[in-house]
Design a protein around this ligand. Structure first.
Ligand code: GLN
Length: 489
């Protein structure tokens, strides 16, 4: 049953081929047997999952259940879950049990999903490999010597290993799309504001956005339809109707204008990965789309601008972790100052500290104009590039990441090499645009992702465009060796 997609589970549950309790049990067993090697979960909530599955089965029997009722998924451990530890991958929150649910968690619960647990992630979502997690790295189901990407590496790996058919994730600079690319899964970062940030632990608030990772665009459409929606508790939440994203998946894409930015095929891109992306573009031409060369001239400024803005916002957001109200507190503090210094010094990992230092520096009097203000100006230019491009084209396509999954420890000593992982993804966050990644081939047995960037609130079109590709190709069906060899039940 673990091979089933969300769409197939929805059908199976309705046709009484299996119950929610049955599939939930199977996946829990699979997680118990296999996740020791993968480390994609921080917490598994077997008991509450079975309770949720039982009540889902009752709703299904009553006949008026919403589409996702009874479907098991997992939540990235950045989303607050009432009564269940929410660590954000950090020692700082190792003991934190939230008294409330994130809006995303509430929405999915109302839709009847069953949550199997909380997935591993880079500490406070800072990273591109899952190696900054306090709970240890996650392994890539395609090759255990390689990283799954980050920061949503646990969610992506759990989906690729077929421990869950879908999972929630978040993307500040690429953390849904890059791990989706590196694990051969499909992930979508919505338009900024589409999904509420309430109860999603803040990293960089003007960039953070929640979204789903699953195996197909159709499954992503199901999850996004339930996750999205207005929430007055997030002041940047958009008050716009949420369409049923599954309703338009079958639309014809003949005549679609695809912008291909020349800056996305620059020298840092692995040539084999580039070839797979080009193959995907040719497939789109066969499907009747038209390729249009475009330019996004400020692309090279995205990473430097992001690494001022994101740390600046992080330094402010993370000041709340002071050892007083919740989270880690040092032993035997001598006085208040000692309590602050040691709680933060001992509770945060190295990458988080690096970001706080960079951010506090960029925001300090005398440097604010030179760094933070300048970065905001660059951000505006990047956004204008896109506004101009969307005057000519319907979607933009290119690679998601510059290379397939790299080896564990390959980039841990070189933060800048790690930061360059997000060279193609960060711009969409800076501009607030929706973007997704879908598998489009392999290099040496490791998946390559195609990125699709859409115009504001145009998720329905992006999903339609991705689904049409997946109707014509099989890359999304290729399953990771780990998923195949491990414990057939
Ligand atoms: N890898 C980027 C960073 O480390 C993006 C992370 C994210 O999207 N959360 O900041």
């Amino acid at each position: 049953m673990h091979q089933l997609t969300i769409a197939e589970i929805i059908r199976g549950l309705r046709e009484r081929e299996f119950s929610s309790v049955e599939i939930t049990r199977q996946l829990l067993t699979r997680i118990e047997q296999l996740d020791g090697d993968l480390n994609s979960f921080i917490s598994v909530t077997a008991e509450s999952a079975l309770r949720q599955a039982e009540s889902a089965d009752q709703r299904l029997a009553a006949g008026d259940a919403p589409a996702l009722c009874g479907v098991p998924i997992a939540h990235k451990d950045i989303f607050c879950t009432r009564g269940t530890r929410t660590s954000c991958g950090s020692k700082m929150l190792d003991n934190f049990v939230p008294p409330y649910d994130a809006h995303v968690v509430e929405q999915l619960q109302a839709a009847g999903i069953v949550s199997l647990g909380k997935t591993n992630m880079d500490e406070f979502a800072m990273g591109s490999s899952n190696e900054t997690s306090y709970y240890g790295p996650v392994r890539n189901p395609w090759n255990p010597g390689h990283v799954p990407g980050g920061s949503s590496g646990g969610s992506a790996a759990a989906v690729a290993a077929q421990l869950v058919p879908g999972a929630t994730a978040t993307d500040t600079g690429g953390s849904i799309r890059q791990p989706a690319a590196l694990t051969g899964t499909t992930g979508l970062k919505p338009t900024y504001g589409r999904v509420s940030r309430w109860g999603m632990i803040a990293f960089a608030s003007s960039l953070d956005q929640g979204g789903p990772i699953a195996r197909t665009a159709e499954d992503v459409a199901y999850l996004l339809s339930a996750m999205a929606g207005h929430d007055p508790r997030d002041s940047t939440s958009l008050n716009r109707p949420v369409p049923d994203f599954t309703a338009t998946l079958g639309d014809d894409i003949r005549g679609l204008r695809i912008g291909v930015p020349k800056e996305y095929f620059s020298e840092g891109l692995n040539p084999d990965a580039a070839a797979r992306v080009q193959d995907a573009l040719k497939e789109y031409e066969r499907l009747g789309a038209e390729l249009v060369e475009i330019s996004l001239p400020h692309t090279h400024l995205a990473v430097p601008a992001y690494y001022v803005i994101a740390p600046a916002e992080a330094s402010a957001n993370l000041s709340r972790f002071d050892g007083v109200r919740y989270g880690y507190r040092c032993e035997n503090p001598a006085d208040l100052r000692d309590l602050y210094m040691r709680s933060r010094g001992e509770g945060f990992g190295e990458e988080v500290k690096r970001r706080i230092l960079v951010g506090a520096y960029a925001l300090s009097a005398g440097y604010y104009d030179a760094y933070y203000n300048k970065a905001q100006q660059v951000r505006r230019l990047i956004k204008q590039d896109f506004v101009q491009a969307f005057g000519q084209v319907d979607v933009i396509m290119g690679p998601t990441a510059p290379n397939p999954a790299f080896r564990l420890n390959e980039k841990t000593d070189d933060p800048v090499a790690m930061y360059l992982e997000d060279i193609y993804t960060i711009s969409a966050n800076l501009a607030g645009l929706p973007a997704m990644s879908l598998p489009c081939g392999q290099v040496n047995g490791l998946p390559v992702g195609l990125q699709v960037i859409g115009n504001y609130l145009d998720e329905a079109r992006m999903l339609n465009v991705a689904h049409q590709y997946q109707q014509a190709t099989d890359w999304h069906r290729a399953s990771a060796p780990f998923a195949q060899t491990a414990g057939e039940q």
